[in-house]
Design a protein around this ligand. Structure first.
Ligand code: TYM
Length: 332
């Protein structure tokens, strides 16, 4: 089976709809066809200052949500990044192969460091994409299911894999991004020119998977739509409406054309009302199951520890080869 790896940061108390539709939903599908590794990337979550109590809680909330949306620890390897020390170890090696200018060109780093101020932004934020490359390359992943915003980091990962292979001999699989076009960029409900994002979206612009269903329904109903009244898909002219149609299709499995036909002669309000219901029916069981997993943190930790052990078996094999190829002495 081909292998996939992906990760998600535990930096919020809930996944948002962009995380789910852009990435996590595909993770669930891929566990059926691929040898799948998924990690909660807590090392990535400490680049901008954090509270230890909050981080620990959010790491469990992230894992519980992944189980609640359908990841099955029998079918995939679900683990927490910091429990596999090889991630940080390989990252150092890759840091040394990355140009300073190359890392400086990462747009996510540029955006975030501009926001925080160059003096305050951490070196961890700077090397963030290189740690991400280590996550992927350790597992020899063939494909990496992510949203559009991760494309540049994937390119860097491919470059680093090729560079290492050229310098030290074929070691890493060069991974492909696995980006599903329709849902690759879910936009903010209040500002369809930006992606839905935990850092940039206003509370009204973002749907949190674990929110009160009534609250999410309200956000859908007050989403910004476009002038005109006719319902059709046109991301250029009608970005707000098209985003709602994308969400509607993704949550129901219905085709755009079918929806457009069903809403012929109806208004935006009708569509929003129905979508609000679709969304709350979708989110309700996820919310319930997440809370069930969180009610038993000892069991949850056990599942993660078992995943971590499986992950480590793969990661340590790759790291051993890497250390050998670059000329480190064999461990005592
Ligand atoms: P993170 O935690 O920001 O987001 C998790 C996943 O959600 C996707 N995503 C979106 N997709 C569509 N529309 C949106 N509005 C939207 N917002 C977020 C992201 O593309 C991502 O796939 N750097 C990564 C985490 C990471 C990782 C890895 C990913 C660390 N190591 C190794 C893949 C492989 C990140 O910050 O994701």
């Amino acid at each position: 089976r081909p292998r996939v790896l992906s990760g998600i940061q535990p930096t919020a108390d809930s996944f948002h709809l962009g995380n789910y539709l852009g990435a996590v939903r595909n993770w669930v599908a891929l566990q059926e066809t691929h040898d799948a590794f998924y990690c909660v990337v807590d090392l990535h979550a400490i680049t901008a200052g954090h509270d230890p109590v909050v981080l620990r809680r959010r790491t469990r909330v992230a894992a519980a949500q992944l189980l609640a949306v359908g990841l099955d620890p029998e079918r995939c390897t679900l683990f927490v990044q910091s429990q596999v020390p090889e991630h940080a170890q390989l990252a150092w090696v890759l840091d040394c192969l990355t140009g300073f200018g190359e890392a400086s060109r990462m747009t996510q780093f540029k955006d975030k460091s501009a926001k925080q101020g160059a003096e305050r932004a951490s070196v961890g934020l700077f090397v963030y994409p290189i740690l991400q490359a280590a996550d992927i390359l350790l597992y020899q992943a063939d494909a990496v299911p992510v949203g559009e915003d991760q494309r540049q980091h994937l390119e860097l990962t491919r470059d680093l894999a090729q560079r290492f292979n050229n310098l030290f001999g074929a070691t890493f699989t060069v991974p492909e991004a696995y980006i599903v076009r329709d849902t690759a960029k879910i936009t903010d409900l209040q500002d369809p020119s930006i992606k839905m994002s935990k850092s940039a979206s206003s509370p009204a612009g973002i749907i949190e998977l674990l929110d009160e269903p009534a609250k999410s329904a309200k956000k859908i109903k007050s989403a910004v739509t476009d002038t005109g009244r006719e319902i059709y898909y046109d991301p250029e002219q009608k970005p707000g409406l098209s985003n709602l149609l994308t969400i509607y299709c993704a949550l129901t499995g219905r085709a755009i054309d079918e929806l457009v036909e069903a809403y012929a002669g109806k208004g935006y309000g009708d569509l929003k009302k129905d979508l609000a219901e679709v969304l709350t029916e979708f989110a309700r069981p996820i919310r319930e199951r997440t809370h069930l997993y969180l009610d038993d943190p000892a069991q949850l930790d056990k599942v993660l520890a078992a995943g971590g052990e499986r992950a480590r078996a793969v990661a340590s094999t790759t790291l051993r080869t890497v250390y050998d190829r670059i000329g480190f002495l064999a461990p005592a």
